[in-house]
Write a protein that binds this ligand. Sequence first.
Ligand SMILES: Cc1cc2nc3c(=O)[nH]c(=O)nc-3n(C[C@H](O)[C@H](O)[C@H](O)COP(=O)(O)OP(=O)(O)OC[C@H]3O[C@@H](n4cnc5c(N)ncnc54)[C@H](O)[C@@H]3O)c2cc1C
Length: 398
Amino acid sequence: MDFSYTAQEEQFRMELRSWLEANLPEGWVEGTFEMPEEQAAYGQFLRDWQKQLSDGRWAAIAWPEKYGGRNATLMEEIIYHQEMVRVKAPPLVNYVGLHMVGPTLIQSGTPEQQEKYIPKILSGEEVWCQGYSEPNAGSDLAAVQTTAVKDGDKWIINGQKIWTSFAHFGDRCFLVARTSKGEKKHHGLTCFLLNMNQPGVEVRPIIQMDGEHDFNEVYLTDAIAYDSEVIGHVDDGWRVTISLLMHERTGIGAQVFSLEQQFSELVGLAQTVTEDDVPLIQNGDVRKRMLDLYIKSRGSLLNYYRNLTKQLKVGHPGVEGSMDKLFVSEVTKELFSEAISLQGQQGLLWKDDAIYGKSYWQRNYLYSFGQTIGGGTSEIQKNTIGERILGLPKDVGR
Ligand SMILES: Cc1cc2nc3c(=O)[nH]c(=O)nc-3n(C[C@H](O)[C@H](O)[C@H](O)COP(=O)(O)OP(=O)(O)OC[C@H]3O[C@@H](n4cnc5c(N)ncnc54)[C@H](O)[C@@H]3O)c2cc1C
């Protein structure tokens, strides 16, 4: 792969840069912008940002133009990630819609479904969540017990989902339910495009260890989905389920660009924190650990480029997304753990008491554990890599 940028690509970068300059909230780049604290106001802020992105056709650049994308090339996608990370752009409230449901609808949805849902995914008018995990079906996703029973042109859905990110903002849920008892566990599943704003859908918050609220339990009691809200074929939802997971892992892998920036911030921290008035960056052991982290984060980036190149050739994300997901989440965890260690006892201080970066390091350290679990745990990624890339025998016990 050629890593240099053409004049046209640099022009693309400049176009995005000037759009960001004109559209980011005032004070965003300078760090003086205050994010709304109250949940509803925060949600509205994120929806407005998503709408701005979509109005500028910057919401899903890799999608085909006919669906509202820019048909972006691989290099343009890389530039896009670099620029968004450079300005630390606000997070995407419709991450699931843009990175998971949209691509799956383009791949497997009917023309009617594409027409109905895709514009609203882009604009953030409908925020999506992903209803996969259940109390006894996480890594073993095919064990889902939520049922959908046919009743005329409707499906009656009962069960419980858990760890559903953004369900508290969610208008729709990409839901997996059991529609029949198949010969094997992954037979007899069906994917639904469930309307969350209906009686029978109850969302209960789960508070994380950092005190934030990103995910929820979702209880379904006689909730209704229509035939037109089935994606793919009834009882053959496993194929669609897996295709969405591949998009999810590839999307998570794109966090390698944040990792690069976080590494430079870590170097900055090691230059700031001192021991006996000497910056820690001058300590030989610290430098060795920094070098190790640099090699790992650079390795993750190069691996990501390699996998994107393959994706470009075959036209869809492949199993290599598991490698990206594994590396980026594990190296991120290591990086933030190092940042906490560098601060010594001060690393334990939290929120207003934190000495460095307004508890940026502490928050990200706590969050980094979840990153190695969400989208499939590191152990599961290793199984996938072993079986599907290295051709090793199947996991014992399965
Ligand atoms: C931040 C975050 C966001 C999430 N968002 C969503 C969401 O929006 N929607 C959604 O549906 N889910 C979501 N999840 C759930 C996530 O997908 C599951 O937590 C994950 O798949 C693991 O499932 P589990 O929690 O049931 O753990 P389990 O599957 O019970 O695993 C427990 C432990 O056993 C290990 N293990 C299990 N099976 C094997 C095996 N075969 N080989 C080796 N080790 C094994 C696991 O690696 C893990 O360490 C989110 C999770 C997190 C942390």
